[in-house]
Design a binder for this molecule. Structure first.
Ligand code: ZN
Length: 424
């Protein structure tokens, strides 16, 4: 059985390439979150004639949703010949901004040797295409299968997933009595099973000062210097403390196995000058300085403690440093998620990797979060992993690519997983 299923997939190599190219050529940059309807329509046009019931769901009222940039999602479902479990493949359709440094057309989907180039090839339209191919081949091979299979194409993962999987989860699409196994073909590598991700806490810190003439700074109070004191405490106390904390989760790359903090932005005083502005600056003591911080935390940490650690540092500065005052505003929080190693979907994908690729799967966890958080926290479904063909280090970079062989291999694993889960 398995051999003919694998042959079916390998026979469809050209189809897989064409499907991936079609997906890449719909530019779904987020922000702003464009062309979601078009990419859903493309997938629907492929799956509906093959017997999938397709539902378009707009996440009305989600962040970023507007009539100009509506947040459309697609759920496609095919029923088997008798009752059984439902296996759900979820892929996000949005891609990040193109950025500088490309030598290929980011939306041209150029095939060169074994690689398809373009924004979103690796993260994660190549994964969506591989999942679609796997499901189609499985259904053709085993029309008598038990249970159901779903493929969802969802919006906004790159900006938190609130207009995508979070919305679907809230509407009950991932309720445990509806869906029992979830595979998200994010780019974690075809021989790795991603069990979950770290948490994130995002906040804005502002220091306050008093404006005065720049020639007499002693008459004012420089908010940038106060922020300098915050950054100094980060360097001396916080960064070493974070680096010393290590998780038992198999987070990759190794540097992300510790707690981390990034300072996403800093701004204080005069606004950034517009390009072409030839005027000279006015001279002021800045009365406000802001930073945005991106704190990634471990499953062993509590988000309340993550926040308290920053507050304690700031309160300590307030007690010691004359005229120091601040405001702290939380921007967002995401809790860590981790599927147990003995969960059914982990077990079966692991066996499928062994059977399809002749390899022992490694367990990994993602340094950043992805839509698993919503399936876990809102959908309350823990039996969820990320498994897909792309290579993590190629996500979001210039000249992003996905390997055709990697897609075919992961499609074989996904199809074999369906055999293990949905055949009697
Ligand atoms: Zn992704």
């Amino acid at each position: 059985m398995t051999d003919s299923l694998f042959a079916r997939i390998l026979d469809r190599r050209d189809d897989l390439i064409a499907l991936t190219q079609d997906l890449i050529r719909v530019p779904t940059r987020n922000p702003p979150g464009e062309n979601y309807r078009d990419i859903c329509a493309l997938i629907e046009a492929r799956l509906a004639p093959r017997g999938f019931a397709c539902t378009l769901v707009r996440a009305e009222g989600a962040p970023g949703d507007s009539d100009r940039y509506p947040r459309w999602n697609l759920v496609a479902r095919i029923e088997g010949a008798r009752p059984g479990a439902c296996v759900h493949f979820n892929g996000h359709t949005d891609v990040v901004t193109v950025g500088e440094g490309w030598t290929r057309d980011p939306f041209g989907a150029e095939l060169d040797g074994d690689r398809i180039y373009g924004r979103g090839t690796c993260d994660m339209k190549g994964g969506i295409a591989a999942a679609i191919l796997a499901v189609e081949a499985f259904v053709d091979e085993h029309p008598e299968f038990a249970g159901a299979i779903e493929i969802s194409a969802t919006a906004d993962e790159e900006s938190g997933g609130y207009g995508g999987v979070a919305h679907l989860a809230r509407e009950g699409w991932f309720a445990p009595d509806r869906v029992q196994h979830v595979i998200i073909p994010e780019p974690l590598g075809k021989d790795s099973i991603c069990l979950g991700h770290r948490g994130g806490w995002w906040a804005e810190i502002e220091t306050h000062g008093r404006i005065a003439h720049g020639s007499m700074p002693f008459l004012g109070d420089c908010a940038v210097r106060h922020m300098g004191a915050v950054l100094q405490r980060f360097e001396e106390d916080l960064f070493p403390a974070l680096a010393a904390r290590r998780t038992d989760m198999p987070v990759i790359p190794d540097g992300a196995r510790a707690s981390t903090l990034n300072i996403n932005a800093i701004h204080g005083g005069e606004p950034e000058r517009a390009a072409g502005d030839t005027g000279l600056p006015a001279h002021n003591v800045p009365d406000r300085c802001r930073i945005q911080i991106d704190r990634r935390f471990l499953i062993e940490e509590r988000v309340e403690d993550v926040e308290a650690e920053i507050v304690t540092l700031l309160e300590d500065l307030k007690a010691r440093r004359p005229r120091f005052d601040y405001t702290l505003r939380e921007v967002n929080r995401v809790l860590p998620s981790m599927t147990p190693e003995d969960a059914p979907v982990v077990r079966e994908v692991r066996a499928a990797i062994r059977e399809a690729l002749g390899q022992e799967a490694g367990f990994v966890a993602s340094p950043g979060s992805y839509d698993q958080k919503h399936i876990d926290r809102i959908g309350t479904l823990r039996n969820c992993i990320a498994y897909g063909p792309g290579r993590l280090e190629l996500a979001h970079v210039p000249d992003e690519w996905v390997g055709v062989t990697d897609m075919l291999d992961s499609a074989r694993v996904m199809a074999r997983t369906l055999e293990r889960l949905l055949l009697p």
